[in-house]
Design a protein around this ligand. Structure first.
Ligand code: ZN
Length: 310
């Protein structure tokens, strides 16, 4: 599968309250809500997408808000920190903004020379803003975040694992190269990918297992250009002994999933067809979009979903 993986595509997490989730990503973080649809396996639950103007692969944070779901417990065997890139020099602005808006867990740090600001999401989600000036990225300009400071998609993600070796081996198989180590964290980076090109493996031997709930990452998706590349990746994974799902149509991309040795669910998603396939760029995310098989039940589905705007 060499050279097919292009960095991250999207990260999907779970939330409790849909309205609170929408407000946090669109108002507090200033991302664009580009798609409002439902969980294709559970149409009574939203699937909400927050990202740049068009949903560029590597910028797409998505959520399943499950309502009364209890909070997850952070630990080993999960994506511990979802990292967003911001321009160099932007962290002081963000530190002021997030503390003014009562965002919890603010903690400044540096890792491999990059300044980071960690913070908690509404359900205790682990996030960080990392100063990195990624090439070819533009922030969403429709929020009140000043343009020179806006979020530029994902920087990468940090996994927490009891034993990082097998996941490191898998990343190598996917085309990532082992980079530097600092303390108990080793960086992996992919060449020739999009700007969301790092995965950091934090090893916590003997650490308690994570327990999934609101605020937990459900799965992390890696980008491939098209369906042909996806089939090659699928075959390579199957040949190596991974249990991989068939290709599933997610309307805005095609997906395959497999569970990794460290416990994290990986997805491989295509860059095609993208989020403008059922609404134009100017109106992305405004109306509820349903996959073909649920369109006949629109009225019933809309009744089950609480309004999230306002
Ligand atoms: Zn996904």
């Amino acid at each position: 599968m060499d050279k097919h993986i292009k960095g991250l595509h999207h990260i999907t997490s779970m939330a409790a309250d849909a309205r609170e989730n929408n407000a946090f990503f669109t108002k507090t973080l200033g991302l664009r809500h580009v798609k409002k649809t439902v969980n294709f396996d559970d149409p009574g639950t939203y699937h909400l997408y927050y990202c740049d103007e068009i949903g560029t692969p590597g910028s797409v944070m998505t959520y399943f808000p499950f309502g009364m779901m209890p909070k997850g417990k952070r630990g080993a065997g999960e994506v511990g920190v979802t990292e967003f890139a911001v321009p160099k020099g932007a962290l002081p602005y963000w530190k002021d903004r997030l503390s003014m808006l009562d965002v919890g867990g603010l903690r400044e740090d540096t890792f491999l020379g990059e300044a980071r600001l960690e913070f908690d999401g509404p359900d205790g989600d682990g996030f960080a803003l990392v100063e990195s000036d990624p090439a070819g990225r533009a922030p969403w300009t429709g929020s009140d975040v000043p343009e020179g400071t806006g979020i530029l998609g994902f920087h990468g993600a940090r996994f927490r694992l009891r034993d990082a070796a097998s996941t490191g081996e898998l990343l190598g198989f996917m085309g990532y190269q082992k980079d530097e180590t600092a303390g108990n964290v080793t960086r992996y980076r992919i060449e020739g990918g999009n700007a969301a090109d790092t995965i950091d493996l934090e090893e916590i031997p003997g650490g308690a297992s994570a327990y999934q709930g609101a605020g937990s990452v459900h799965h992390i998706a890696f980008a491939v250009e098209d369906r042909a590349a996806q089939l090659e990746v699928r075959k390579a994974l199957l040949d190596t002994g991974y249990q991989v799902t068939p290709v599933i149509d997610r309307d805005y991309f095609w997906a395959i999933y497999f569970r990794t040795p460290g416990g994290i669910l990986f997805e491989i998603a295509t860059n095609e067809p993208g989020f403008d396939r059922d609404e134009d760029t100017a109106h992305l995310g405004q109306a509820l979009q349903l996959p073909e098989r649920y369109r006949a039940y629109r009225e019933r589905i809309e009744k089950q979903l609480q309004p999230i705007e306002g």
